[in-house]
Design a protein around this ligand. Structure first.
Ligand code: SF4
Ligand code: SF4
Length: 459
């Protein structure tokens, strides 16, 4: 059905003329944006946190556990999500997009934000899920990367913040069942998108990353060979909110007894235009291998890698633990991945240690895809100054002030500036908030001094 109806609705957005004022606008409600917003709010600054998806939490919300501690990812992220939603100094706008940023002068930005309609009155919706139960439409659920379905009226996650239904009008058949069953009378198909003007003194860009599209590495068969999945799909199979409560392969629901991981898919690979290391793929693959051995104790896990980059605190020990648990590491370059008639997957690789071309058969193959920037979208919407980014599109920051971009008053943190793990993301977000606060204080002092000088001159 495509997405034509929703696009047409967005074209008819109402413009709200009265501008809104905030000290800081944070763009992106993943863990970095939430951390930066909370830190600034605690310092008494008024923050607008804008997230384009229907819930805050970003990709961390989808993860099972974090490395190398194996702490539960949602146990870290959900309290922060709730804290951001309830903080009196934070205005949280989900399902909203920053469409332009005008740099007007020092500490003077005008931001345009599009609030998309959920077709549900968020003041009335209690998140009871009755509309979702009766909705007859089922389509692949984006947050599970197609592993299971969702309805046209749906709540993105049990732990979504805010926990409010959204109606996907592009797939809705307008049967009216959700309207009839909703006890709160919250379904509202007359909702319109709105465009707001927001004045702010500073911005923090925390737009995160997007995963390398695995189908671009054609020789690895993703999208054609059914039992080749990405590591994010495996993450969903392993997570507490997992679709099947088990690790099952997609083609036939069989529990795999032999799983192969291929590292550096879309990273350190000039053939796909990304020569850089994505920094997290080695460790998230080792983490998943350990979790698989917990979920499917008799499984064999083989990791095909050029090398293992275990550079962080506790990473080397985590790697050694995986080896001790029986995970096999094969130093190799994988040339091709093929599907076999029995549903199994053949991995053809060059063994780096002896230079020979070999092959191996697995029930399931997982592609450990790399990270690409999402910040490209932001670059094109800034007017009055040009945000500098590197060849891949990650935001360049000042080496002596690592969260300061080339535009005064605009800061960046998390994977918007380059691939990094969760602790480094949170650390960088806290640093961006601190620098932003120092900048706002300086700005306020300067403006007060100017006012005093003007009033002295008037005496
Ligand atoms: S829209 Fe109505 S039925 Fe659906 S979750 Fe909200 S209150 Fe419940
Ligand atoms: S009107 Fe649309 S969203 Fe509501 S139940 Fe019918 S198909 Fe689902």
């Amino acid at each position: 059905m495509g997405n034509d109806l929703f696009r047409k609705i967005l074209e008819k957005a109402e413009i709200v003329n009265e501008p809104l004022n905030y000290d800081v606008v944070v763009i992106g409600g993943g863990i970095a944006g939430i951390e930066a917003a909370l830190d600034l709010a605690e310092m008494d600054y008024k923050v607008l946190l804008v997230e384009k998806e229907t819930t805050v939490g970003g990709k961390m919300l989808l993860l099972s556990k974090v490395f190398p501690t194996l702490d539960c990812a949602s146990c870290i992220s959900t309290p922060k999500m709730a804290a951001a939603a309830h903080h009196p100094n934070i205005e949280l706008w989900t399902y909203s997009e920053v469409t332009s940023i005008d740099v007007k002068g020092r500490g003077d930005f005008e931001v345009t934000v599009l609030k998309k309609p959920r077709f549900v009155n968020d003041a009335l919706c209690t998140g009871c899920g009755k509309c979702e139960d009766v909705c007859p439409v089922v389509i692949p659920r984006e947050l599970d990367y197609g592993l299971r379905g969702r309805k046209a009226a749906y709540i993105p996650f049990d732990t979504a913040v805010p926990k409010i239904t959204v109606v996907d009008v592009d797939n809705c058949i307008f049967c009216g069942q959700c309207e009839r069953v909703c006890p709160a009378g919250a379904i509202d198909f007359t909702q319109k998108p709105k465009i707001y003007r927001v004045k702010t003194h500073a911005l923090i860009i925390t737009t995160g990353y997007r995963l390398f599209p695995a189908e671009r590495k054609e020789s690895y068969g993703y999208g054609k060979v059914p039992n080749v999945i990405t590591a994010m799909q495996m993450e969903r199979l392993l997570s507490p909110t997992r679709p099947f409560n088990s690790v099952l392969r997609p083609s036939d629901g069989k529990e795999p007894s032999s799983i192969g991981y291929v590292l550096c898919v879309g990273s350190r690979d000039k053939t796909v235009g990304n020569p850089r290391c994505s920094q997290v793929c080695c460790m998230y693959s080792i983490k998943q291998a350990q979790l698989i051995l917990g979920a499917v104790p008799l499984a064999d896990v083989t990791i095909y890698c050029m090398d293992i980059r275990a550079y962080g605190k506790g990473f080397e020990e985590f790697y050694q633990k995986a080896k001790a648990m029986g995970v096999r590491f094969v130093r190799s370059r994988v040339a091709k991945i093929e599907g076999l008639p029995n549903g199994n997957v053949k991995v053809i690789y060059e063994d780096i240690d002896d230079g020979k071309v070999k092959s191996a058969e697995h029930d399931l193959v997982v592609l450990s895809v790399g990270l690409l920037p999402s910040s490209n979208d932001v670059v094109s919407i800034i007017h009055g100054a040009k945000l500098t980014v590197d060849a891949l599109g990650f935001i360049i920051t000042d080496p002596s002030a690592p969260t300061q971009t080339n535009i005064e008053g605009i800061f960046a943190a998390g994977c918007a500036t380059g691939p990094k793990d969760i602790p480094d993301t949170i650390l960088e977000a806290a640093s961006a908030a601190a620098r932003c606060a120092a900048y706002l204080r300086l700005l306020k002092q300067e403006r007060m001094t100017t006012v005093e000088v003007v009033s002295d001159g008037e005496k």
